[in-house]
Each structure stands twice: as C-alpha cells, then as structure tokens.
Design a protein around this ligand. Structure first.
Ligand SMILES: [Zn+2]
Length: 248
C-alpha cells in the first residue's frame, strides 16, 4: 500500500472519528438532559416521602396528646368531685393540689398540641410546594421525553452506522499504523497532524528542519516530536483563502 493511500485512509478514519465523537457527545447530552429531569423527580419523591413520614409522626403524636388531655379531663372531674366531698382541710388541700397538678399537665399538653399544629401546618405547606414542583417536573418530562427519546434513537442509529463505516475504513489502514493511531488518539483525542510550513498544525510546535525537509521531499509518515501525532506534509492552502485574515 503506497504512502499516499495510507494517508488517504488515515484521513478518512480521522474524519469518521471526529464525526463519531460529535455523535457520542450529542448522545451524552440528550441522556444527561433526560437523567437530570428523572433524577430531579426522584429527589423530590424522596423528599415528599420523608416529609409525609414526619407529618404522619406529628399527627400520631398529636393524637396521643389529645387522648392524654381527654383522660386528664376525666381525672380532673374526679378530683373536683373529691374536693367537693372533702370533709377535712387536709383532704381539701390534697384534692386542690391534685387539681392544680392536673391542670398544669393539661396546659403543658395543650401547649405541645398547638406547637405541633403549627409545625404540621408548616410541613403541609412545604409538602404542597414540593408537590407543585414535582408536578411541574413530571409535566416537563412528559412534554420532552418523547422528543428526547426519538432524538436519542436517531443519534444512536447514526452512531451505529458511523461505527460500521469506521470498521470498514479501519481495514484500509495497515495494522501497525492503526495501532499507533489508536494509541495516540486515546491519549490526545486526535492522532493525525499535518505540516505545510514546518510547524505541526495540531500542536503548533516547530519541527526540526531536517524532519520537515524529509517530510517535504517525499510522502512519508512520521511522528511530531512534540505531540507524537502521526504527521505528514500537505501543500499550503491557496493564498486566497488564508491571506485576508492573518490572525495569530
Ligand atoms: Zn505536534
């Protein structure tokens, strides 16, 4: 296989790899949009479950306290009766103390109940806000999932086709050179470099003059001493396209 043929085969492979890379980036972007929406919903699901559980605990505690108050109210009636029936001052004092203690216990429970009611209200509002947010995300996902999935399907198909095209083009590259190409590509992202003026077009470093001279003299494949990409000579672009903008 002649060197110019090898160069053509490598250029085709590099073009396919660039296209494949772009397709894979598109895929990961579409997937991350979808994953982002789904994980956002999952997080809100978790938050809702936790908030509802703590609401349930508060409701249960409140129910227990209400029951306590009911029992104590019955005890209060009992103590009042005792007070009304007491015959000595000692009995009256004891019944009075019992009444006061019970009243204090009832007040404490009622304080707790109203604090819990406030917390439960706040929690309920929080849950409603989270449910609204959750609903928005679910609607957003519902509206976009179809589009994203069909785009994903399209891009996946393109990537599959591109891979098949790549497999076919790899066959046109000598094994030894393909191995080197792959090794460099895995480290640098791209494996090919050209030179027209003595600098590597990939890393922009100057080539040793002798190397550049050899590259210019006949078609050969070398490696750039700086970036190690496979390098070869190409004719400079026609002046008309490069002359007007001489930027760095
Ligand atoms: Zn280089």
């Amino acid at each position: 296989m002649s060197i110019p043929d090898q160069i053509r085969a490598l250029e085709k492979l590099a073009r396919i790899d660039a296209e494949l890379k772009e397709l894979l980036e598109q895929l990961s972007q579409e997937r991350s949009t979808l994953d982002g929406l789904k994980s956002g919903i999952a997080k809100l699901d978790e938050k809702l479950a936790a908030d509802r559980a703590s609401m349930a605990t508060m409701d249960k505690t409140r129910g227990e306290l209400v029951q306590d108050v009911r029992n104590m109210t019955m005890q209060l009636d009992h103590s009042r009766e005792k007070l009304s029936r007491s015959r000595t001052e000692r009995e009256a004092n004891a019944a009075q103390r019992e009444l006061e203690e019970l009243r204090k216990l009832v007040r404490d429970r009622e304080d707790e109940i109203s604090k819990l009611a406030l917390s439960a209200d706040a929690a309920r509002q929080q849950i409603e806000a989270t449910e609204a947010e959750h609903g928005k995300l679910v609607a957003d996902l519902g509206a976009r999932e179809g589009d994203i999935s069909s785009r994903l399907g399209e891009v996946e198909k393109k990537a599959r086709d591109k891979r098949a095209e790549r497999d076919a083009s790899v066959k046109a590259v000598p094994t030894q050179i393909y191995r080197r190409y792959e090794m460099i590509r895995s480290k640098r992202g791209t494996a090919l470099a050209q030179t027209s003026d003595g600098t590597c077009k990939a890393c922009h470093m100057s080539l040793p003059p002798q190397l550049f001279h050899r590259l210019q003299r006949e078609p050969i494949l070398e490696q750039c001493p700086s970036c190690h990409r496979i390098i070869y000579f190409v004719l400079p672009e026609p002046a008309a396209t490069s002359a007007p903008s001489e930027r760095g």
